[in-house]
Design a protein around this ligand. Structure first.
Ligand code: PLP
Ligand code: LYS
Length: 432
């Protein structure tokens, strides 16, 4: 028994056998020995299975495609990960010129790319237009005009959706709620129609869709339906006015189980949304889904080594070689991740705060965890495939960890561990 009362998520790709944890067919302890720690480990089969479940749910019983998946690569943008999804048929949701460059680097079809984000620069807009993306999701009236300006300068047409802020509570952590009127995202609901009218008059703008993304780690379908109904009300009004919408982008945000959360099953979730779209008479629209976390979150773990055990009067600390620099979610959102010893021990179990070496009291990875560990042992921090490595930093001049993918009996380095010297290679001291 690892952590009292708090259940572990059910995982595919990672399993415990006779007290030893495995990624597919390789013991995590062997991976740590070969590649060192801290180490991100992803399971290829977990990535593929998560994608295939979504993809299956996007096709109806007659085999007709009802929706397309544009993986939100912000969740995990390693080239190997996004390339796996590309090969399975995914398009991508992007939020920066950097993510656009990643998509182009793996040869993604530009027509499979949608570009969102509240602060796109003129340079990023130009790059997206030159690449020929499917759609730019516009997040403000000012941005709409900037896109029109950039498109005019380039002599290109700009396909756009407006991102609607539906003022719906996604019932998630306030830092990752995006669809309330107090959030910075999207165009205020009451301004959307007038902005579409304005957009349809702009010389280089082609209105192609409508978009909405209400937040992340959402574990019920109800807020999606509320947002969807509000978006469809807008589509109906636009139709009356002769402004034609071709695709409906419902964003991402579906949550995963980190411990005892019970997010809806992917098929039930997509059925509920797509049935509502059809019932309301919009079954002819192309539907775009932008899942991130629900495709990768439980397909990765972070391996770390116990450096020290530090018993104390108030707390016992288990000090490990990973930190908030490798996995920022606990420090940022007080997020819970399951933590398990990679090899079960007979050692006495104690309740520890699992913390990193970084000089911040907020640098913790798990609190009050009941663990039987000794110095030198390995721990696996579970559900670290989404918003893990991508949010890593070099704070305290810590090199970023390596990332590997396990596919059956094989392990592949998909990002080499950084060297300390690389971290300041582009810095310079002042001339004498
Ligand atoms: C526009 C957009 N689409 C999709 C996503 C993916 O979200 P998630 O990883 O929660 O599925 C995000 C992040 O929340 C986003 O900002
Ligand atoms: N980074 C967040 C999710 C943000 C989603 C991006 N809009 C997390 O770790 O949960």
């Amino acid at each position: 028994m690892i952590s009292k009362a708090i259940p572990l998520p059910s995982l595919t790709g990672f399993s415990e056998r006779n007290g030893n944890w495995y990624a597919e067919d390789i013991a995590l302890a062997d991976l740590a020995r070969e590649f060192g720690t801290p180490l991100y480990v992803y399971s290829k089969s977990a990535l593929s299975k998560a994608y295939q479940a979504y993809d299956k749910a996007c096709v109806d019983k007659q085999g007709k495609r009802r929706a397309r998946i544009h993986y939100a690569m912000k969740a995990n943008s390693n080239l190997a990960v996004i390339n796996c999804f590309k090969e399975l048929g995914a398009g991508f949701d992007l939020v920066s010129g950097g993510e656009l460059a990643r998509a182009l680097a793996i040869g993604a079809d530009p027509k499979s790319l949608v570009f969102a984000g509240v602060g796109k620069s003129a340079k990023e807009i130009a790059e997206a237009l030159k690449a020929g993306v499917k759609c730019i999701n516009v997040e403000s009236i000012a941005e709409l005009h900037k896109i029109n300006r950039v498109a005019t300068e380039l002599g290109l047409r700009a396909p756009i959706s407006l991102r609607v802020n539906p003022d719906v509570d996604a019932q998630t952590h306030p830092y990752i709620s995006t669809g309330l009127k107090g959030n910075k995202f999207g165009i205020a609901y009451h301004e959307v129609l007038k902005t579409y009218r304005e957009a349809s008059q702009l010389a280089q703008i082609d209105v192609v869709g409508i978009d909405c993304h209400i937040g992340s780690q959402i574990t019920t379908t109800a807020p999606y339906l509320d947002a969807l109904d509000k978006v469809l009300d807008l589509v109906a009004q636009l139709k009356k006015e002769g402004i034609v919408i071709h695709h409906l982008d419902l964003g991402g945000g579906l949550g995963i189980s980190y411990s005892d959360e019970t997010p809806p099953d992917i098929t039930d979730f997509t059925d509920t949304l797509l049935n509502r779209v059809a019932e309301r008479g919009f079954g002819h629209l192309d539907v775009v889904l932008e899942p991130g976390r629900s495709l990768v979150g439980n397909a990765g773990v972070l391996l770390t080594t116990v450096e020290y055990l530090k018993p104390g009067a108030e707390k016992n600390f288990c000090i490990v070689d990973a930190a908030m620099t490798e996995l920022m979610r606990p420090a940022l959102y007080e997020a819970h991740h399951g933590i398990v010893p990679v090899q079960a021990k007979q050692a006495k179990a104690l309740t520890y705060d699992v913390v990193g070496p970084v000089c911040e009291s907020g640098d913790w990875l798990g609190r009050d965890r009941h663990l039987a560990v000794e110095e030198g042992d390995l721990l696996a921090i579970l559900s670290a495939g989404a918003y893990g490595f991508v949010m890593a930093s070099n704070y305290n001049t810590r090199p970023k960890p390596a990332e590997i993918i396990v596919d059956g009996k094989n392990a592949y380095v998909i990002r080499a561990r950084e060297n300390t010297s690389d971290l300041f290679a582009s810095e310079a001291v002042l001339p004498k």
